[in-house]
Design a protein around this ligand. Structure first.
Ligand code: GLN
Length: 237
């Protein structure tokens, strides 16, 4: 796969049609955390991402990155800014999304210790701060499914691990001890680590691929008045 055919999956008619219709508009949830770093890496790939802080900004994007930071803070700010329920609805309606660390925690269906319900879009449990205080931050060279070439030097900071994965959830990367740190369910991507804090844009390229082949969710959301049925929930198995 090369940069010039990024996202094309040339053999796939849907992919071609979607890409020809319009490149998906990528947003980065910018309430707290390392959203600037995500935007910078996307820019390195030639994609100008929109920062999302308001309902109008959420409606204007087709796919969303939820950055690393502090999941409780991001959730609190999303609620106070009126974004939480619309976010849930967009995710239920099939909007491609990628959560890194805190963002992945919010995407999960079950999060022990979170002081509120997570967004619940991905059928898995995110165990927060899974590495304890002594090694709350480390790097690990990781093989990630869908990422060709050298190992990704994954940066973990008070990271979660993903457990109790639903049948529709595909493991993309594990630590040497077997714990799952990257997963995908349809057009949803979760990484316990922070590609945005590295100079390796391959995970961002992977997400752009997912966003490009997914049906244009903004169109879905518009036609459904944002009240899309959570069709993925029952169909995951
Ligand atoms: N431990 C944080 C949380 O629970 C996540 C840390 C991070 O995003 N680097 O939200």
């Amino acid at each position: 796969m090369t940069d010039s055919d990024r996202g094309a999956l040339p053999g796939s008619p849907e992919a071609g049609a979607a890409a020809e219709a319009r490149a998906p508009r990528i947003g980065v949830l910018a309430l707290q955390g390392d959203f600037r770093e995500h935007r910078a890496l996307l820019r390195a790939l030639g994609v100008e991402a929109a920062l999302v802080r308001t309902l109008a900004e959420l409606h204007a994007v087709d796919a969303l990155i939820l950055p690393g930071g502090e999941s409780t803070t991001i959730a609190r700010l999303a609620r106070s800014s009126g974004l939480w329920e619309p976010l849930r609805a967009r995710l239920a309606g099939g909007m491609p999304a990628w959560g890194t660390c805190a963002g992945a925690i919010l995407l999960a269906r079950e999060v022990p210790g979170l002081d509120r319900e997570p967004l619940g879009a991905m059928a898995m449990r995110a165990r927060r701060n899974a590495f304890g205080r002594q090694i709350d931050s480390f790097e690990e060279p990781l093989a990630v499914a869908g990422v060709d070439g050298p190992l990704h030097r994954a940066v973990f900071i008070r990271a979660p691990v993903f457990e109790a994965l639903g049948a529709g959830v595909e493991v993309l990367a594990r630590l040497p001890d077997g714990r799952v740190v990257a997963a995908r369910e349809g057009a949803l991507l979760a990484t316990a680590f922070h590609p945005e804090l590295t100079e390796d844009p391959r995970l961002h390229a992977l997400f752009l691929d997912l966003a490009r082949v997914a049906p244009t969710s903004a169109a879905l959301a518009r036609t459904s008045g944002l009240a899309a049925a959570p069709e993925a929930a029952g169909a995951a198995g």
